[in-house]
Design a protein around this ligand. Structure first.
Ligand code: GLV
Length: 307
């Protein structure tokens, strides 16, 4: 029985040390050629290697990231379960990034950066937090952690999820009927949804038109959820006031793409939240122990739902 770490060596060394300490009976493989494929029970990887079917005794595929949309249907052995990365580092970084983005949009940072370049000393009108309604698309673990961080600022908070959920201090909407009223009350929209068939292209012209005039977008879901042209049109018409974008399709964006130099867009290269090896090793080790005890791992993916 062995664990295959199918990622970069630098992070692998951190994992190897944690495994040697906390799971000394489980061989840790970075070089798979030294192993009989039948020995491999666990793999940690970003995507499914093309020859995954060789590992006939594979029980768990751990995604190295929080997202699992890169595991295309049919690429995982039917007997193996898929587990997304749920670890403190990802959560903390997502809280930081979304807070940064919300405050930057709330306090018009991009406009001031533009004014500074023009040597223009020009105070702009500012809303109080109690008048800046935040809405988050998605109500999973990351979204809830982000909401907790935003609470002390006093923004009115709402969230939308596919199925009904309740969170203290957050106005919760759900299902297709809940989407329009949720959008209509949202001044800063945060997308933290997983990429599924149902969310592909969700951030489109119709959705932007449903937001109140002057609304802004924080996009930390997946690139394919956003219609780039529709966003640029909504910003240029003045219906949307700004966007803070971390994920795009494709990544990286080509140099001529309209997002790079848009005066109302802040663009970052998919860095909102990155798996941290120390805390991720802890999370994977805990999950292997849970699996051995017959418990579901934390972050178990429902393969039909896709998240
Ligand atoms: C990053 O996007 C991740 O899936 O962790």
């Amino acid at each position: 029985m062995a664990f295959w770490f199918n990622s970069d060596r630098e992070r692998g060394l951190v994992f190897a040390e944690a495994f040697a300490r906390d799971l000394p009976d489980l061989p840790f493989a970075m070089d798979i050629s030294e192993y009989d494929p039948d020995e491999i029970r666990y793999i940690l990887t970003w995507t499914a290697p093309p020859d995954l079917y060789r590992f006939r005794n594979l029980e768990v595929v751990f995604s190295i990231g929080a997202g699992v949309d890169q595991f295309k249907p049919g690429t995982l052995p039917p007997g193996a379960i898929l587990v997304r990365m749920v670890e403190d580092g990802i959560v903390r970084m997502m809280q930081e990034y979304v807070t940064l983005a919300v405050l930057a949009l709330h306090r018009k940072l991009k406009a001031y950066i533009g004014q500074q370049a023009d040597a223009a000393w020009l105070p702009l009108p500012v809303r109080q937090a109690a008048q800046q309604r935040i809405g988050i698309l998605g109500l999973g673990m990351l979204a809830q952690a982000v909401m907790e961080r935003l609470k002390p600022f006093g923004f009115p908070l709402a969230a939308w999820s596919r199925s009904e959920r309740q969170v203290d201090g957050v106005d919760c909407y759900h299902g297709s009927d809940g989407l329009t009223p949720f959008l209509a009350r949202t001044d800063i929209l945060i997308c933290l949804l997983p990429l599924t068939q149902g969310t592909h292209g969700l951030l489109d012209a119709r959705l932007f038109a449903t937001l109140p005039a002057g609304a802004a977008l924080v996009h930390v879901g997946r690139g394919a959820q956003l219609d780039h042209d529709a966003l640029i049109a909504a910003l240029d018409e003045g219906h949307l006031s700004g966007a803070f974008i971390d994920v795009t399709e494709p990544e990286p964006l080509p140099p001529e793409h309209g997002f790079w130099r848009h005066p109302k867009i802040i663009l970052t290269p998919h860095v909102a939240s990155v798996t941290q090896p120390e805390t991720a090793a802890r999370a994977v080790i805990d999950n292997i122990k849970r699996h051995r005890d017959g418990l579901d791992p934390i972050g178990l993916v429902d393969r039909d739902r896709g998240y």
